[in-house]
Write a protein that binds this ligand. Structure first.
Ligand code: PMP
Length: 439
């Protein structure tokens, strides 16, 4: 491995011009001891090359969208074609209908969709629509679930089920945080208490149906059924944030995922989408039941718009990505590799006496340095961040790129192969040995 000299130089330069040197805080190495993040020069398939010529196996997948690997030829061609045809019209185009139909065909609760530019916007818009439809203001969310950076969802738990939220970020008025109640994930009793307490004020219960933001966490059996029933009993809508989960585990969303039961009882009213549905270009989408979506302008009174929304390049890229994911055995292969990888990680962790909990859902998994299960945010927080930081750095030095946060998942792509897994396991065994030695 070459010294990452050029990355360090670029970071110094970036710090002068870009706040914090990064355009999203999750890219900084603050949570893993600081210093220069790695500047990548190019990427192909499951591999990165950095500006110092080092190669890495990528499990970051750009925080999710790059499920078909980098520079996938089918997606690259679709984007090139779209760019050659003119990159932005400000008029409707035919491909928008095609992508909308592909989403509707695979996500049963969508009668109508609207494209936006990011997951953040998709979530913001679902909240606006839910408020317009119910004529109520408050929302309930779950601790540790991330729904983008808009004011309303960057709010942490108050100290009990009947307390209102506190802002998670400066710049969010407490008056806005007061519109949010945060309860623990997988805890129906806390949800029931909150709904009871604020009974006729809750517009929506918002949830990541399968969590991707404090590790990969499945809902407990019956949790989503209970959530939907409780919300509806109290006249609130259910919003699923499927920005990470849609098309991650199978060709579809949580709403039809074979790992969850009683699909007819876990249908949300509104769904937020992003990431994979754009194949790597900026996109978001939201949708839901026809009579609810008809709140949205130009049909209804809830205004939502976007200059770049449904732009031809993002839409073409999204269609091409979904086409690749329709391939035979694509998800099975990602899962096979993820099983090999997690089995090997567990073996190494055991061999070196490092406590590690692994939550795997098909081709995605999270590794937690702890000896307890991780089913809610408190448990995810109660893990060893220093051990993670050390593991992260030793892996990076051995050519394996993970997200620089103990909460983030590893993502397999359609381009990882057995040789990548072999190399990763070799690196992990060395890294875990060093972690065990306190290095
Ligand atoms: N919802 C979830 C579940 C997410 O994971 C994210 C991003 N990680 C968002 C919303 C926000 O999406 P974006 O970064 O595209 O605004």
């Amino acid at each position: 491995m070459n010294p990452r000299t050029r990355s360090s130089q670029l970071y110094e330069q970036a710090l002068e011009h870009i706040v914090g040197g990064v355009n999203s805080p999750s890219r900084s190495f603050k949570a893993v001891g600081g210093g220069a993040p790695v500047f990548m020069a190019n990427a192909k398939g499951a591999h990165f090359t950095d500006v110092d010529g080092n190669k890495y196996i990528d499990y970051l997948a750009a925080y999710g969208p790059i499920i078909t690997g980098h520079a996938h030829p089918h997606i690259t061609e679709a984007i090139t074609r779209a760019a050659q045809n003119g990159i932005l019209y400000g008029t409707p185009t035919e491909l928008e209908i095609q992508l909308a139909m592909m989403l509707k065909d695979s996500i049963p609760s969508l009668d109508k969709v609207r494209f936006v530019n990011s997951g953040t916007e998709a979530v913001m818009s679902t909240i606006r629509v839910a408020r317009a439809y119910t004529k109520r203001n408050k929302i309930i969310k779950f601790a540790g679930c991330y729904h983008g950076h808009s004011d309303l969802v960057l709010v942490a738990a108050g100290s009990g089920p009947s307390t209102l939220g506190i802002p998670d970020s400066a710049g969010i008025p407490t008056s806005i945080a007061q519109e949010v109640i945060t309860v623990p994930f997988n805890n129906l009793e806390a949800l029931r208490e909150a709904l009871e307490h604020w009974s006729d004020q809750i517009a929506a219960v918002m949830v990541e149906p399968i969590v991707g933001n404090f590790g990969m966490v499945m809902p407990a059996p019956g949790f989503l059924e209970g959530l939907c029933k409780l919300a509806h009993d109290y006249g609130a809508l259910v919003i699923y944030d499927e920005v990470i989960t849609a098309f991650r585990f199978h060709y579809g969303s949580s709403q039809t995922y074979a790992g969850l039961d009683n699909h007819d009882q876990i249908m949300p009213d509104l769904t937020a989408l992003g990431k994979i549905i754009g194949g790597g270009l900026p996109i978001g989408a939201y949708g839901g039941r026809k009579h609810i979506m008809e709140q949205v302008a130009p049909l209804g009174p809830a205004y939502q718009a976007g200059t770049m929304a449904g732009n031809p390049a993002s839409v073409a890229s999204g269609i091409a990505c979904l086409e690749v994911l329709q391939g035979e055995g694509v998800y099975e292969e990602m899962e096979r590799l993820a099983i090999r990888l997690t089995d090997g990680l567990r073996e190494s962790a055991d061999r070196h006496g490092v406590a590690m909990t692994i939550n795997r859902i098909r081709g995605a998994f999270s590794t937690h340095f702890c000896d307890h299960p991780v089913t809610d945010y408190d448990q995810a927080q109660d893990t060893d961040g220093e051990k993670f930081a050390s593991f992260f750095r030793h892996m990076l030095d051995r050519g394996v790129c993970l997200a620089p946060s103990k909460y983030e998942a590893w993502f397999l792509t359609t381009t990882h192969v057995d040789a990548d897994i072999d190399q990763t396991l070799q690196a992990a065994d060395e890294a875990l040995k060093l972690v065990a030695a306190g290095k």
